[in-house]
Structure formats: structure tokens, C-alpha cells
Design a protein around this ligand. Structure first.
Ligand code: GDP
Length: 306
């Protein structure tokens, strides 16, 4: 938990400090609510989530007859946990074998790095992993995965290194799924090239990748993980929408929470979909292999606002 705290330090400094000084004692009045609103809005929590939090807070103040602002910190934590709890839906990979996970997202958000971390995570859970180097666009991504696979004794299905040969990401992942079936592997992690949501031909291409995967195994991919960079703040919401429209995203990874003061985006995601919250499977809090952890709302809020 202290690792998480350390990882969230920039958001803690920004949001946590401001809240601590606001909740340092004194009357709970309209002025205080207004200041709180400003702090939340400038922490990338977003309009929807900010309003939901304030509404919930006002209810608690009334119900519990709170009078001193010092009591608000606990109340805010409670509201925040209640709001983030629905996002915490751990990924169950035991439903299929192999369990095929397709990774998608915008360029540079941390897809390839997250695949390495996920492979390590599943291995420590006792599951065998196979990687599919489906990012055939960025040469470094292929090398990154192969190097990672060698270091960790994990098979990587990758395209031919001949640069003159154009390789098809769908074909690579198709082969990887078949190979995993033949070898009795538990989990396939399939990388895909980064793409902007405005590059419509690339969004079409990734839909095709998904369709081809289902030809290798009827229900596959069993998980479509969208990787988001916390630094993009509110923009992450736009990415969720676009990728979801194209692929039916089943889970999210939010990376780089350590490098940003915009950790409030977690609440923005929750606030955007109060009826049907997406599953935030993992959060990335550093560049190291162990810096990916399943999202836990209580742990997250405690680390953020202790
Ligand atoms: P891709 O283009 O989406 O595959 O992105 P990469 O996996 O190549 O990552 C881009 C950069 O982000 C690399 O320098 C990674 O080390 C870095 N990165 C990825 N995840 C995290 C994270 O959780 N925290 C930090 N600080 N850096 C990260």
C-alpha cells in the first residue's frame, strides 16, 4: 500500500494537500462547498463525478449532522469509495483456456509495457502465458516483446523480421491463439498497434483483428483491454467511447498514475458511466514490472487521501 501511495504522490500532493487545508476545521457552509467544487474540478475529476460527490457529501452532512469541516475528509473518502467501487471488477481468466486478451489503445499509452507487466502478474498467479506481437507497425514494439519474452522464458509469436515483408496483425494473433491451444497455454496476451480514434481506417483494421481472433477460437477474445494514459486526463473518456464503439471494450488499464497529478481521472471515468461502469482491471503506477496492480477502490482512496 505504501508503494501505491508513493506511486500516487503527484496526485496526492495536488489533490490531497488542497483538501487537507480545506478540511482543517471550521464551519461547513456554501463557501466551503464552492471551494471544494473548484478543487475537484481542477483535479480532472470531471463535472459529472464532482457533482455526484458533492451531492453525496451534502447528504452525509445532513444525515450525520456534521458541523465541522474536519469531519468532511472521512465523508469525502466514503463518497469516493462508493463511487469507485463499481469500477473494481477483477479479471477472471479461468473461464476459458487459453483465455485470450486483446490489448488496444492510442500510441504511447503503455500497451507493450503493460503486456510485460501482465505476463509477470499472471505467471506469479501460476498461469502460463504466450505473447502475440500484433503491433506490426512499430518495429520497437516487436523487439520489446521478444526481448521481454526471452528474459522471462515466455514464447512470443512475432512476425518475420524481414522489413520488406508486410505482416498482418490479425494473422499473427490468429497463429498465436492456435499455438497456445496446441501447447496448453493458459493466457494469450495480444498486442496491437497504437492508433488514434480519428484514424478511421485503423479503427476498421482493429475491428478486423478482433473478428479474425474469433475465427481461431469461438468466444475469443475473452477480454478486450483498453489501455489509457492517466496523463491524458479527461481525454481518456473520449478514448473509452471510441474504442468501445469499435471493439466492445470489456476492461481498462489506466497507466502512468505515478507520473501525473491527474489521478482524479479515475473518478471521472466512474462519473461518466454511473449506470454501467466499465471494469477498471489494473492500474499502472510505475515503469517496473511489479508496478501494475488490480484496481481496488478502498486501497486507492486510502492511498490518495490518507
Ligand atoms: P505503447 O506504444 O502503448 O506500447 O507504449 P509503451 O508500452 O511503449 O510505453 C510508452 C512509455 O510509457 C514507456 O517509456 C514506458 O516505460 C512508459 N510507461 C508505461 N506504463 C507506465 C507507468 O505505469 N508508469 C510510468 N511512469 N511509465 C509507464
Amino acid at each position: 500500500a505504501s508503494k501505491l501511495k508513493q506511486g500516487l504522490s503527484r496526485t496526492r500532493q495536488n489533490l490531497g494537500k488542497q483538501l487537507s487545508s480545506l478540511f482543517s476545521g471550521g464551519k461547513i457552509d456554501e463557501e466551503l462547498y464552492e471551494e471544494l467544487e473548484t478543487i475537484l474540478l481542477t483535479s480532472d475529476i470531471g463535472v459529472n463525478a464532482t457533482h455526484q460527490l458533492l451531492e453525496n457529501l451534502r447528504k452525509q452532512v445532513k444525515r450525520d449532522a456534521l458541523t465541522d469541516s474536519m469531519q468532511l475528509k472521512q465523508a469525502l473518502k466514503k463518497s469516493l469509495i462508493a463511487m469507485l467501487e463499481p469500477l473494481a471488477q477483477p479479471l477472471d481468466t479461468t473461464t476459458h483456456k487459453p483465455f485470450v486478451i486483446m490489448i488496444a489503445g492510442v500510441n504511447g499509452v503503455g500497451k507493450t509495457t503493460s503486456i510485460g507487466k501482465l505476463a509477470k502478474y499472471f505467471q506469479t498467479q501460476g498461469q502460463s502465458v504466450l505473447l502475440a506481437a500484433g503491433d506490426t507497425f512499430r518495429a520497437a514494439a516487436r523487439e520489446q516483446l521478444i526481448a521481454w519474452g526471452e528474459r522471462n522464458n515466455v514464447t512470443v509469436i512475432a512476425p518475420d523480421s524481414d522489413p520488406g515483408k508486410k505482416s498482418d496483425p490479425a494473422a499473427i494473433i490468429f497463429d498465436a491463439v492456435n499455438s497456445a491451444k496446441a501447447r496448453g497455454i493458459d493466457i494469450v496476451l495480444a498486442d496491437t498497434a497504437g492508433r488514434l480514434t480519428t484514424q478511421l481506417h485503423l479503427m476498421e483494421e482493429i475491428k478486423k483483428v478482433k473478428r479474425v481472433i474469433s475465427k481461431a477460437m469461438p468466444d475469443a477474445p475473452h477480454e478486450v483491454l483498453l489501455v489509457l494514459d492517466a496523463n491524458t486526463g479527461q481525454n481518456a473518456i473520449t478514448q473509452v467511447k471510441a474504442f468501445n464503439d469499435a471493439l466492445n471494450v470489456t476492461g481498462l488499464i489506466l497507466t502512468k498514475l505515478d507520473g501525473t497529478a491527474k489521478g482524479g481521472v479515475v473518478a471521472a471515468i466512474a462519473g461518466q458511466y454511473p449506470e454501467n461502469p466499465p471494469a477498471l482491471r489494473f492500474i499502472g503506477v510505475g515503469e517496473g514490472l511489479d508496478d501494475l496492480r488490480p484496481f481496488d477502490a478502498g486501497e486507492f482512496v486510502e492511498a490518495l487521501l490518507d
